[in-house]
Design a binder for this molecule. Structure first.
Ligand SMILES: NC(=O)c1ccc[n+]([C@@H]2O[C@H](COP(=O)([O-])OP(=O)(O)OC[C@H]3O[C@@H](n4cnc5c(N)ncnc54)[C@H](O)[C@@H]3O)[C@@H](O)[C@H]2O)c1
Ligand SMILES: [Zn+2]
Ligand SMILES: [Zn+2]
Length: 384
């Protein structure tokens, strides 16, 4: 089968790999119909995630048709069109039972923090992902969810990550009616987070990024105020100034390890990898939130992180909340929001690219060329 194949930092290609096989009675094999590239894939692409092995297939945002099932799979059947949450979760462990599907204790036994994630290095279990024609889906009674017949597949693929992550970013912010929320990052995750803030009663939503085309998009899509941090001396002072010098009630970091805006952070966190990513947006979040405020972090950082202003976290009495999104926990509510038109996730998809051209897609998305917000890869069989 054709599959995206990681060859080293900034080098991906599409090549032939063996067909995935059922290895456990609860596995399913899914024939992919759509698979997105995510900002999280850029951390892998840029070589910033430890133990990203040559030969791995990325892709944790995919939907597809169930092709084959193991003897103990009863929740889905061959022929079902399913959306597959990016987290791999057993559904039974201590953490899954609390709805913490991103922190499953069984699907990534080498680690104690994150559970398994499709196509996300051996630090997240070493599972091949869905930027391929076929993918093995473990615990098929837990994650895969049949796509409602009236749902557009482009909306469905956004429900595997971007919609739940944006929603959970707003949810973890503990937004109170009338709150001012600042969102750092106008990628797909920040865009969705900004829109979801209104669902929790925000009174004012402000988004910062460096790309005008993304700011323009989020201004229309999420009806928010937007500012370009490249035009400011100091984004923290700017936010204080526009919030009566109080700071925002809630700040969301939807940027993560690839953050721009600080030469020191870029050199230590992105170029030399002396720390696990550039913590620029995190600094700005901690420093621009009100005393007693909440910082909600969905931007992804590596397993260790230094140079974070932890002293300010203490002195300001902040609540930090962070996690991988628990997709399965949120799906029932979010499927309704998509069906009712409250969220319109497919509007974020700007590019549809044949799977065979994945290398070009990575280059374009990584460099933010051609006004790209969200690219989706379409395997040959799904284009017929
Ligand atoms: N926690 C989760 O479950 C989860 C799920 C999906 C994605 N993520 C993470 O969310 C982050 C965003 O993902 P995406 O797909 O939107 O990525 P993206 O790369 O498309 O967007 C990131 C945006 O942040 C902007 N940016 C860079 N530095 C900034 C700064 N200092 N301040 C404000 N904006 C800045 C960039 O210009 C870009 O537009 C990534 O770190 C990704 O790994 C987390
Ligand atoms: Zn993703
Ligand atoms: Zn579990």
């Amino acid at each position: 089968m054709l599959a995206m194949n990681y060859r080293g930092p900034q080098r991906v290609r599409v090549s032939h790999k063996p067909m995935p096989e059922i290895k456990h009675p609860e596995d399913a094999i899914v024939r992919v119909t759509r698979s997105c590239i995510c900002g999280s894939d850029l951390h892998l692409y840029n070589g910033n995630v430890p133990d990203t092995r040559v030969g791995m297939t990325f892709g944790h945002e995919f939907i597809g048709i169930v092709e084959e099932i193991g003897s103990e799979v009863h929740k889905v059947k061959v022929g079902d069109h399913v959306l597959v949450p990016f987290n791999i979760a057993c559904g039974k462990c201590h953490f899954c039972r609390q709805g913490l599907y991103g922190n499953c204790h069984e699907s990534n036994t080498q680690a104690t923090a994150v559970g398994g994630i499709f196509g996300y290095s051996h630090t997240a279990g070493g599972y091949d992902g869905g930027q391929a024609e076929f993918v093995r889906v473990p615990y098929a009674n837990v994650g895969p969810t049949v796509i409602p017949p009236d749902m557009d597949p482009d909306d469905a693929v956004m429900l595997t990550d971007v919609v739940p992550t944006g929603y959970q970013a707003a949810e973890m912010g503990g937004i109170q009616p009338g709150d001012t929320v600042v969102v750092f990052g106008a990628g797909p995750v920040g865009i969705m987070a900004a829109r979801c803030c209104w669902l929790f009663g925000a009174g004012r939503v402000i988004v910062l990024d460096q790309y005008e085309y993304r700011l323009e998009f989020v201004r229309n899509y999420a009806n928010c105020e937007v500012y370009n941090f490249k035009e400011m001396d100091d984004p923290v002072v700017f936010i204080k100034k526009i919030t009566d010098w109080m700071g925002a009630d809630v700040v969301i970091d939807a940027v993560g390890a690839e953050a721009a805006g600080s030469a020191l952070q870029t050199i230590t966190g992105r170029k030399t990898l002396l720390q696990a990513g550039s913590a620029t947006a995190l600094h700005w979040a901690i420093n621009s939130v009100k005393k007693g405020g909440i910082v909600s972090i969905v931007g992804v950082y590596g397993p260790t992180d230094n140079l974070v202003p932890i002293g300010n976290v203490v002195n300001k009495g902040l609540t930090l909340r962070a996690n991988q999104a628990s997709v399965k926990r949120l799906l029932p509510r979010l499927i309704e929001h998509v069906q009712n038109g409250i969220l319109n996730p497919k509007a974020l998809i700007t590019h549809r690219i044949p799977l065979e051209e994945a290398a070009d897609a990575y280059r374009m998305f990584s460099s933010k060329l051609d006004n790209c917000i969200k690219p989706v890869l379409i395997p040959p069989s799904a284009r017929m």
